[in-house]
Design a protein around this ligand. Structure first.
Ligand code: ADP
Ligand code: MG
Length: 271
């Protein structure tokens, strides 16, 4: 990998460190240059909705944030901490990769929910939510169970704890997936089209869980084309096209007053 950008010297400023900071993120798969230099900041407690046409690089950007992909260049910082690499380059200018254990620890602070729920089919909702806190955080069974039941309650599934995924609707499974991610007590949550695999009548129940999370102060980036949700919940809306962030601003700025023809065309296709 090419060295991550050294990063500009921080300007003297009273602005607090953003929780998420992307600096010049590039990602190529072979000859395919998918991300072409993305810069983005998300403050703690802020909700960012990421929109853009299929293939524009939204999932790849989320995957770079939680180190499912390694950027070809650029740097991801969470709460000021560079992800995947030692804070400072070596004397020869190379950046030193962190050992896998440290990368796993960084990743465990970020929750991710996908379009498909990926629940363990042989485990009940409760067992799905208890699994990682026990295996990864080393929590005791009783403690993990109590926390998992509280989380299932929070996503409206307190009465479904003993159901297997096959006994739950898509919307219920997605809510279990959200509870499972929250069980790791993440600092921030990434959602990649969390409702796009759901039947239309199940979308609202998942969006209302996201909205409650946002109201509780969770920092989140949500890839979604639910413009009503974006308008109501987002602090900022970011429009990506062809590997670049083309426009960003408040929902009003981006959705109601698009600047570029590309964004106007995109909005016409989803509104
Ligand atoms: P979006 O989420 O906006 O639809 P993606 O980030 O999934 O876009 O994909 C952007 C581009 O990168 C697409 O052309 C996709 O085929 C390509 N891509 C994504 N992941 C890989 C991969 N692991 N290997 C090769 N190409 C990939
Ligand atoms: Mg995608």
């Amino acid at each position: 990998m090419t060295a991550p950008a050294a990063g500009a010297t921080p300007a003297a400023s009273i602005t607090p460190t953003p929780l998420i900071s992307l600096e010049g993120i590039h990602k190529a798969f072979g000859d395919l240059h998918v991300l072409k230099g993305c810069d983005l900041e998300v403050a703690a407690g802020e909700v960012t909705v990421l929109i853009g046409p299929s293939g524009s690089g939204k999932s790849t950007l989320l995957r770079c944030i939680n180190q499912l992909e390694e950027p070809t260049a650029g740097r991801v910082r969470i709460a000021g901490v560079t992800q995947g690499y030692a804070e400072e380059p070596l004397a020869d200018g190379r950046w030193q990769k962190l050992p896998s254990g440290q990368i796993a620890r960084q990743r465990s602070r970020i929750g991710m929910v996908f379009q498909r729920f990926h629940l363990f089919p042989h485990m009940t909702a409760l067992e799905n939510v208890m699994e990682a806190p026990i295996q990864v955080l080393g929590r005791g069974k009783a403690e993990a169970k109590e926390a998992a039941l509280a989380l299932l309650d929070r996503v409206g599934l307190g009465d479904r704890a003993d159901h297997y995924p096959s006994e739950l609707s898509g919307g219920q499974q997605q809510r279990v997936a959200i509870a499972r991610a929250l069980a790791m007590e993440p600092e921030l949550m990434l959602f990649d089209e969390p409702t796009s695999a759901l039947d239309p009548e199940l979308v609202a129940e998942v969006l209302s869980v996201l909205k409650e999370l946002a109201e509780g102060g969770m920092t989140m980036i949500v890839v979604t084309h639910e413009m009503g949700f974006a308008r109501e919940v987002a602090d900022q809306v970011v429009f990506m096209d062809d590997g670049l962030i083309v426009e960003q601003g408040t929902p009003e700025q981006v959705i109601d007053h698009p600047g570029s023809e590309r964004l106007k065309g995109f909005l016409a296709s989803v509104l």
